[in-house]
Design a binder for this molecule. Structure first.
Ligand SMILES: CC(C)(COP(=O)(O)OP(=O)(O)OC[C@H]1O[C@@H](n2cnc3c(N)ncnc32)[C@H](O)[C@@H]1OP(=O)(O)O)[C@@H](O)C(=O)NCCC(=O)NCCS
Length: 156
């Protein structure tokens, strides 16, 4: 298994893996499959330009995805974390988060934030293991406002 950083022309890979994530785990994300499936090449290229993306590859196929969205100049947000169901529990999530941290440090960012839905214990456990701390700051999940998300923060 290797973790690859996507570059400007990898929009088809981002599209394929992101739509697979949204189809598999719609409860985990603020965006919806219907919304992102309607995206064209320009939309995917814009997503590549406004975030750093890493993909885990195993046996020639995608095994996971994570992005680092530059929402604010000094505090990037870890987004779209996903591991394909047949690769869970094998350390793929660890590898994705580790590579995102490495990239964030190269860019000299001092911290990373993320949002995780209440009840998503697998994701929360992964993030707490990697040093993220709860902030108590909660907001509704855009795709399902009855579900709350909590912001976690990790100093680098
Ligand atoms: C959350 C997620 C990224 C974790 O990926 P992972 O590589 O399996 O991470 P881990 O190996 O650290 O496993 C995390 C937890 O998943 C559970 N798990 C382990 N093996 C599993 C398997 N085969 N299938 C399902 N869950 C499993 C365990 O509870 C584990 O927690 P532990 O620390 O008690 O062992 C992955 O489950 C996923 O993609 N979920 C759907 C999308 C999602 O929730 N994304 C996060 C958005 S904030």
């Amino acid at each position: 298994m290797e973790v690859i950083r996507l570059t400007g022309d990898d929009w088809r890979t981002l599209c394929e893996v992101r739509l697979a994530a949204l189809a598999d785990a719609p409860h985990a994300y603020g965006s919806t499959l219907a919304g992102e499936a309607a995206s064209d090449e320009a939309d995917w290229r814009r997503r590549l330009d406004t975030a750093l993306w890493v993909v885990a590859v195993h046996a020639g196929g995608p095994a996971g995805l994570a992005g680092l969205y530059l929402s604010e100049p000094d505090t990037p947000m870890l987004i779209s974390v996903w591991v394909s169901p047949d690769h869970r529990g094998l350390g793929v999530g660890d590898a994705l988060v580790t590579e995102v941290f490495r990239w964030a440090k190269e860019n000299r960012w001092s911290s990373v934030v993320l949002r995780v839905a209440d009840g998503n214990d697998a994701a929360r456990g992964l993030f707490l293991r990697h040093g993220f701390a709860p902030t108590g700051r909660r907001e509704p999940l855009e795709s399902d406002p009855g579900v709350l998300t909590e912001m976690l923060v990790r100093a680098l």
